[in-house]
Write a protein that binds this ligand. Sequence first.
Ligand code: SF4
Ligand code: SF4
Length: 305
Amino acid sequence: MLHRRDFLKLAATLSTAFGIGNLPENVSAAIKKISHNEIPKLIYLQGQSCTGCSISLLQAESPSPLSLITDFSQLVFHADLSAISGSQALGLIDNYVGGKEGEYILAVEGAIPEKMPEACMIGHKTFAQYLLEAARTMSAAVAIGSCACDGGIPAAEGNLTGAVGLQEFYTKRNISKPVINIRGCSVHPDWVWHTIVHLVKIGMPELTPDGAPVRFYDRKLHETCSRYHDFQQEIFATKLGEKGCLFKLGCLGPQTVADCSTRWWNAGKTWCVGANAPCIGCASPIFARHKNQPFYRISKKESIA
Ligand code: SF4
Ligand code: SF4
């Protein structure tokens, strides 16, 4: 376990490394309150999700996942990672969610089945009920992954459960607690953990109009893709595995806002296009929304948005 002085030193080093040294003026009072407590507690609840984002979060390299959930945050509850379960776990969640305001940050993975609330139960309560109760007590919410942000795959065309993202769920009920949207299917561990370190060290990060941290979602990944030159020269791959721009194989890089093409994945080893796979737009708010747009398809250059 880190001592307070070591923690602050490490957080300062990280914040410099992550480029978060400037204090934004519009820091939310709620977040300020929790950041003064130094190490925020995280309650991690899952709805309509495949747990892929949780798995991705465990691939953080430096600091390690263990350090991130003990030194940089205190993970109070996570259904897959917590040692406790059953009534003990429910009691713990209820203590926080039904307790004092400002004691924890809510992390949400998965969509909310608005038209079929009983499709997602946590003990005897629906996931939706917990989210409503938490709106009163949490300092802020971090929506982790495309399902939690915008409904993702559960909200695909047809959407029998009425799956929605957290922001939409709260907005419809006039709840205005801060929600940070971290899109991706799955999310990049840096996007989530760096945001949490930002909350600890500084407060609310600067957000795009659709609630995503500007630091990770500020430009189309196509603009910094290593195959952009091929795109300009109209050198296109016509089947998977070929060299050249992947646009004609359905790459959605030209309309997807995320920093995958510069950050890379798997501890900086590669990323989708680097592995010869077209970007499927998993960080887009409309990811997987239309059934007439399969992940892999033939597209024409004229169709660029
Ligand atoms: S279309 Fe895809 S592969 Fe081609 S330059 Fe853009 S992001 Fe890269
Ligand atoms: S490159 Fe596209 S599909 Fe791959 S992780 Fe980034 S946004 Fe998702």
